[in-house]
Design a protein around this ligand. Structure first.
Ligand code: 3HC
Length: 297
């Protein structure tokens, strides 16, 4: 059964079912929304579906979710490899890798595909200006950023980011959708690189990488310093692995390009690790080994 909401959003589409997209799809399906998930091919669809099923099953095992809630969330989910299926969506949320030309192409395709007159287009980007994405569409008044945090099912914050051209009615609908329908805590940021959270978090992660790179302390000691000394849930190097070193680098580069401040400049070690394919949890290796190997995007 699908929810009827005052924001008018019942049918949502999520593009990308990696680390972030799978979490966003899970949260939407659990809120009772008809949730269509797009991935590039059948293998990626199967991997994304498995990730959501495992997360929901873990919720049941941990007593956070009843078995019938998991089953109805799964019933709310459908998968596709064809963006034409997004024609009837009230809202699409893009969560593909942080590659600008791919996102611009996608926004242009979604704009042509989504036929509902009031349909909204949103991006989970953490590094690309929302204004650029909006300008790739014929509806820049209905494009905005909705930035979730990893792991999405656990962390209830969403940054909402209007561009210079976002219309106030569209903004209010999105705010109602995220805060009431999804039950998330909303903070608002201007369309500036990093928004609020990454603009504060990334310089801290880069400082830890520089500290490790210079031999100042071991990875374990840096992380334990912040976990045991400041009660953070994980240390900065473990957190960089958790976010993905490619994503950490992409956000750092966008912050540096925008503000030109040394605190945002990526340390050479981060660039070399990404070039080596050591991307953290998603690739099986980062500052730490991750034999469990998680999502691909
Ligand atoms: N999906 C669903 N549930 C998950 C999960 C996932 N991927 N990962 C963990 N959980 C749940 C567990 O089931 C558990 O639930 P329970 O308490 O009801 O049993 C709870 O979260 C705690 O998990 P664990 O016991 O397995 O492990 P930890 O206590 O070590 O917590 C963590 C793991 C939730 C990842 C915690 O370490 C944490 O919050 N770390 C900080 C993460 C963070 O800072 N994220 C923000 C990154 S920045 C970002 O995303 C922006 C981007 O643009 C870069």
């Amino acid at each position: 059964m699908s929810a009827r909401n005052s924001d008018g959003i019942r049918r949502v589409g999520i593009v990308g079912c990696g680390l972030m997209g799978s979490g966003i799809a899970e949260v939407c399906a659990r809120a009772g929304l008809q949730t269509l998930v797009h991935e590039v091919d059948q293998a990626a669809v199967q991997a994304g579906r498995r990730r959501i099923e495992q997360s929901l099953t873990r919720g049941v095992e941990r007593g956070r979710l009843a078995a019938d809630e998991r089953d109805s969330a799964l019933e709310n989910l459908t998968f596709t490899t064809d963006l034409a299926d997004f024609a009837d969506r009230d809202l699409a949320i893009e969560a593909i890798p942080e590659i600008e030309h791919l996102k611009l192409e996608l926004f242009s395709v979604l704009d042509r595909t989504m036929a509902e007159p009031e349909a909204l287009l949103a991006s989970n980007t953490s590094s690309i200006p929302i204004m650029k994405l909006a300008a790739a569409t014929s509806r820049p008044d209905r494009v905005m950023g909705v930035h979730f945090f990893n792991p999405v099912p656990v962390l209830d914050l969403v940054e909402l980011v209007p561009s210079l051209t976002t219309d106030d009615t569209a903004w209010q609908r999105m705010h109602a959708f995220v805060s009431r329908t999804l039950g998330r805590h909303v903070i608002t940021s201007q369309d500036r690189a990093g928004f609020v959270v990454n603009a504060l978090l990334i310089p801290y992660l880069l400082s830890a990488i520089r500290m490790f790179e210079s031999g100042f302390a071991t990875a374990d000691d840096i992380d334990n310093g912040m976990v045991r000394g400041c009660a953070h849930p994980m240390g900065p190097l473990a957190l960089a692995d958790h976010i993905g070193l490619d994503t950490t680098l992409a956000v750092a580069e966008s912050l540096y390009a925008e503000f030109r401040e040394p605190q945002y400049a990526p340390p050479p070690l981060l660039s070399r690790m990404v070039e080596a394919g050591h991307l953290g949890r998603k690739s099986g290796r980062g500052f730490y080994p991750h034999p469990e190997k998680g999502a691909s995007t």
